[in-house]
Design a protein around this ligand. Structure first.
Ligand SMILES: [Zn+2]
Length: 270
């Protein structure tokens, strides 16, 4: 599913290609993706305006609109992509790793469309229909963005209380943007067991986790998504650690399928 790096790719695409183009029409007829808005509500709110800025915190993205209009929130869900088409018909994509043209396409997988006056468009393409478009999405419940959190704030957030450290990394109200693959990659890079309790982490653990967060994010942004992480290809039965060669272990931590190195990520009770 799209995590911070994928959503940032989509945000940059909108910032680079979709701002300051007048919105001439809006297809908001998918009442599930556009809930709680009624059909026509997004059209009435957005037609005639332009997008003026594209912003993101964690996996939540929103666009500011002209003349004091509402913010347009777009969440990519489990596999959504943003497709921006220029006035001359050139399409560019941002979001999850699976490109739109790599899949059999059905028109109804375009869940939401802004039609620009210049003839181009911005589309939320989402086969699984788990994305969401809404006006003025709340971001107050989100923690600091994982790409912007300071080492001191991260250290406090990751050591407080007594939950599995992986659950804490996935808690969007504490740190926004880390999903299941990034969490496994960060813990593996830092050599921390996913079920280690937050309250038992030492300052050195918190420092390694912070550096792993920074490096995993930077690498995923450069290489095209969280699926490119070093340990991701080893997340399967029979997989071995790409660093030391030991067998990978599997379990459910924080409610999610989790893989870790049996040798370097020692169980917390040792
Ligand atoms: Zn290992």
């Amino acid at each position: 599913m799209p995590e911070l790096p994928e959503v940032e790719t989509a945000r940059r695409l909108i910032a680079d290609e979709a701002l300051h183009r007048r919105i001439a029409d809006v297809d908001d007829s998918d009442t599930f993706v556009c809930r709680p808005h009624a059909p026509g509500e997004l059209r009435a709110a957005l037609t005639g305006r332009t997008l003026t800025a594209a912003r993101r915190r964690g996996k939540t993205m929103w666009c500011e609109t002209s003349e004091g209009g509402p913010d347009l929130g777009i969440h990519l869900g489990m596999g959504g992509r943003i497709v921006v088409t220029s006035a001359d018909g050139q399409a560019a994509e941002g979001g999850g790793p699976r490109r739109r043209d790599a899949q059999p396409r059905k028109p109804e997988w375009d869940r939401f469309t802004l039609g620009f006056a210049d003839g181009g468009s911005l589309v939320l393409f989402d086969k699984r229909r788990l994305g969401r478009v809404r006006l003025d999405p709340g971001i107050d419940l989100l923690g600091p963005d994982a790409a912007e959190v300071t080492p001191a704030d991260f250290g406090r957030l990751i050591t407080r209380g007594s939950v599995a450290v992986k659950a804490r990394l996935l808690d969007q109200s504490r740190i926004a943007g880390v999903g299941n693959l990034l969490a496994d990659e960060i813990l593996w890079q830092a050599r921390v067991h996913p079920a280690a309790r937050t309250g038992t982490l030492r300052p050195g653990d918190a420092d390694r986790l912070y550096r792993a967060l920074e490096s995993a994010l930077a690498s995923a942004m450069t290489r095209g998504g969280v699926h490119t992480g070093e340990v991701i290809a080893a997340r399967h039965p029979g997989g071995t650690c790409p660093r030391c060669g030991a067998e990978m272990r599997h379990g459910t931590v924080g409610g999610r399928s989790t893989w870790w190195c049996s040798r370097e990520q020692a169980p917390p009770d040792r």
